[in-house]
Design a protein around this ligand. Structure first.
Ligand SMILES: [Zn+2]
Length: 266
């Protein structure tokens, strides 16, 4: 029988065994928010969850997959129907509590796998909270940062910056591959800010020098930013497979990482 890896299917003695086996706890975090007229609200949950699931399934001796966190911080999307926005402090505390519980049970390595761009600062703080206030260490990675630069250079057709931002070439390709039945390509539309900016933009390939986020409806007509018309399932397959390969390496490196003792220099 294949090794069990879904946390919620374990019994408590099996969790105790997973802890003894030094398995890494992997927590996918998405968001429920509008992704343009062609992608479902669940997009960021699907990407984070399915990439994590496929990675953990391949190395089930070394990791367990937590049930995903679906709601997150995204009030800048509220002008579009469907978005469910959680306040920043609530979100940070919620993630911190999940991590603290895992640490309480003895998990020493926790990895947050992020599917939503604007989750980054909140998950970073939550990961530090968990690391600073437990015996565990907790790290965070956004899936798009694991797409190799060479592969992006090879496959990307949309312009940089801006073509890969939200409901874009990258996200739509990955969704077409992972969950094609939920994508309505006939409604996909290019939607890029009319005025190019040197310092204020958003692109999944690399962030702009300035951090800034205003209400999405101020600059996006459709709820998309980027060019989803350039998306294909084949690109999605190659992006996804590369991310999973790298995610496995991240999990293994975190698992192998030594937690050195602290020294009080007072
Ligand atoms: Zn998204």
């Amino acid at each position: 029988m294949a090794r069990k890896y879904r946390y919620e299917e374990f019994t408590w003695p099996e969790i105790r065994e997973a802890v003894a086996g030094r398995r890494v706890a992997v927590l996918p975090v998405g968001t429920i928010e509008q992704h343009g007229p062609h992608l479902p609200l669940l997009t960021d949950v699907i990407t984070a969850t399915e990439m994590s699931r496929r990675a953990v399934e391949q190395i089930a001796e070394e990791a367990v997959l937590l049930p995903s966190v679906q709601y997150a911080f995204n009030e800048h999307h509220l002008d579009f129907p469907g978005t469910i926005a959680v306040q920043g402090p609530t979100f940070i505390n919620y993630i911190t509590d999940i991590g603290q519980s895992l640490a309480h049970h003895g998990f020493k390595k926790i990895l947050l796998v992020n599917g939503h761009g604007r989750n980054v600062p909140f998950l970073d703080i939550a990961a530090r909270n968990i690391t600073n206030h437990s015996d565990a260490i907790c790290a965070m990675v956004s899936w798009w940062s694991l797409v190799p630069k060479l592969l992006l250079n090879e496959l990307r057709e949309s312009e940089y910056p801006g073509g890969m931002a939200h409901g874009c070439e990258l996200e739509t390709s990955v969704l077409l591959y992972l969950c094609g039945q939920l994508v309505q390509m006939d409604k996909a539309e290019k939607d890029m800010p009319v005025k190019k900016s040197e310092y204020f933009y958003w692109d999944l390939q690399a962030p702009s020098p300035v951090f800034f986020q205003e209400f999405f409806s101020r600059y996006s007509r459709t709820g998309t930013t980027g060019d989803p018309t350039k998306a294909t399932a084949e690109k999605g397959r190659r992006f996804t497979e590369a991310v999973i390969e790298n995610l496995i390496k991240v999990i293994r490196e975190l698992r192998a990482r030594e937690i050195a003792p602290r020294r009080d220099h007072h």
